[in-house]
Design a protein around this ligand. Structure first.
Ligand code: PMT
Length: 217
């Protein structure tokens, strides 16, 4: 079948996709522009490479790739719980989700009534990927970085800080790259500071390069 290979035969791969939704009250939430396209493409290509794939997605409007198990979550805290549960049993984690850096300090039980002005207090969410990096044993860890400037410099810093085996950095200020489009332009950054830039291509093709790179790791 088209696109099939055995690069990850028998491996267990956890992929995160989409953005998290941080509740304000029963009706409103804080979200970001992640569509889940990048993560779903990775899940598909990992499955086609023979892996058993666990896809942890924030709320997305995309079909689940054939043969992939999906675990839907809403908040960053929920995403962390599911990923932490899987961590010991997988060979690699590819963290393409746009996890909200902040959640709402006190989520209201009832709809918040109109006021002339209001202040919302935000608190820092746990950094899921940094936690995985700290507890890493046998797993390969691939992180993403969405930046609008100094992509390589910030990327190298993230590889070290989060103890990654590879980082996929995307300059989301570029046209046809990053959030909510079908194409992306990324740079792979390794712990030894090696940098591999890929030209603009479909997210499916980016996903194939990531699977190839993971197989080499
Ligand atoms: O979903 P699409 O519309 O296809 O868009 C794809 C994408 C732009 C969302 C994707 O390519 C991407 O860049 N994802 C990572 C976005 C991001 O949150 O980057 P960051 O630099 O803030 O985070 C760095 C890494 O830490 C990421 O792997 C992220 O998943 C992880 N993280 C971040 C914050 C947090 N609290 N916990 C985390 O695990």
């Amino acid at each position: 079948e088209l696109g099939k290979n055995n690069l990850l035969a028998g491996k267990r791969i956890l992929v995160s996709a989409g953005g998290t939704q941080e509740a304000i009250d029963p009706i409103r939430y804080i979200a970001n522009r992640s569509s889940g396209k990048m993560g779903h493409a990775i899940a598909l290509k990992a499955a086609q490479a023979g892996a058993k794939v666990f896809l942890v997605s924030g709320p997305v409007n995309l079909p689940v790739p054939f043969g992939v198990g999906q675990f839907p979550v809403k908040t960053a805290v929920e995403m962390k719980e599911v990923i932490d549960d899987f961590y010991e049993s997988v060979d690699a984690v590819i963290m393409s989700a746009a996890v909200a850096d902040y959640g709402v300090a006190e989520v209201a039980d009832q709809k918040i009534k109109k006021q002339t002005s209001m202040t919302l207090e935000l608190v820092k969410n746990p950094d899921i990927l940094a936690g995985l990096g700290e507890r890493k044993t046998h797993q390969k860890l691939i992180g993403f970085a969405a930046e609008t400037q100094d992509v390589i410099a910030y990327g190298k810093e993230k590889v070290r800080k989060k103890n990654l085996d590879m980082l996929v950095a995307n300059d989301v200020s570029k046209e046809n790259a990053g959030f909510d489009v079908s194409t992306n332009e990324v740079t792979f950054i390794y712990p030894d500071d090696r940098v591999v830039h890929l030209s603009n291509m479909s997210k499916l093709d980016v996903a194939e390069h990531i699977i190839q790179a993971l197989a080499e790791l």
